[in-house]
Write a protein that binds this ligand. Structure first.
Ligand code: BJW
Length: 231
């Protein structure tokens, strides 16, 4: 009987593509104050600082390429006879690019938004972000200078929670890849999946904050552990 697989990914999945994690020893939160760049209050105080932070990450993302772990997940999504739901906290497009390379039409659920999208704080309109965004860019729908990256900051509600809850309620296998388990609600998904009877597995370089909840752990870099797990 094929499984209903739910896969939650975090920054560690893209680390070997050269995209920084947050909480590792050289992570983004050692270089930036998260209160200043990843909260609505920080954006209100200094929108230019926040736009510059995301402009730099957008440029890094454009220069990066999917790694062996992204490609392995894309092959799984394409070839697995059961359901594979890919939920990512990452705002990069590495999984989409790997899925396209594999000619797979599956979607990726971006619960913390996407670098490639812009959002108007005034009217809620969304559009494709240009390479560089600026604090005074007008919204193409309402014309107000209230544009921001379409990402989820602390204190905001993550996207697609209903679809994620539905997938978790049906999961028979749950995997968390490259996430520290420090940020909720994503950190709580393993507990929900477990209560639904799913087998749970963590693939991570270092043990996450909630490693004890998982049935199985596969330590190591994602480019090694993920292809081995998928095959
Ligand atoms: C490798 C590797 C390799 C390295 N191979 N692995 C007290 C208790 C509980 C909750 C709260 C609380 N106080 C406040 C809250 C809520 C708050 C929260 O969780 N705070 C905690 C800090 C305590 N959460 C929120 O505010 C969220 N909203 C919310 O809760 O709304 C309420 C609500 C929810 C649901 C329904 C209804 C209402 C919003 C959270 C938004 C997080 N936003 C950010 C920025 C997004 C945009 C951006 O990217 O800039 O999301 S913060 C940042 O952390 C980013 C990430 O997606 C997120 C998670 O980080 P991740 O991916 O785990 O990265 P790291 O760096 O932490 O870990 C990397 C891991 O990879 C490590 O384990 C390494 O070992 C591993 N690794 N290299 C494999 N090569």
């Amino acid at each position: 009987m094929p499984e209903n697989i739910v896969i939650l990914t975090g920054a560690g999945l893209s680390a070997e593509s050269g995209l920084g994690t947050f909480r590792d020893k050289d992570g983004l939160w050692t270089q930036y104050d998260l209160e200043e760049v990843a909260t609505p209050e920080g954006f209100a105080r200094n929108p230019t600082l926040v736009q510059d932070f995301y402009n730099a990450r957008r440029a890094n993302c454009r220069a990066a390429t999917p790694n062996a772990a992204h490609h392995a997940l894309a092959r799984l999504a394409r070839d697995y006879p059961g359901t594979v739901t890919l939920v990512t906290q990452n705002i990069d497009d590495m999984l989409e690019r790997a899925l396209r390379d594999a000619s797979c039409t599956s979607d990726v659920i971006h619960m913390h938004g996407e670098l490639a999208r812009a959002l108007c704080n005034a009217c809620g309109h969304r559009w494709d972000a240009p390479a560089e965004m600026h604090a005074d860019d007008p919204c193409p729908a309402c014309g107000r200078a209230a544009t921001r990256p379409d990402v989820v900051w602390f204190g905001e509600i993550p996207y697609h929670m209903e679809a994620i809850d539905t997938a978790l309620s049906r999961a028979t296998l749950f995997a968390a890849i490259g996430t520290s388990g420090e940020v909720y609600p994503a950190a709580g998904f393993v507990q929900i999946a477990r209560e639904m009877g799913a087998h749970t597995v963590e693939l991570n370089l270092d043990p996450s904050a909630n490693v004890h909840i998982f049935d199985e752990t596969r330590p190591g870099p994602a480019t090694q552990t993920v292809p081995a797990w998928v095959n």
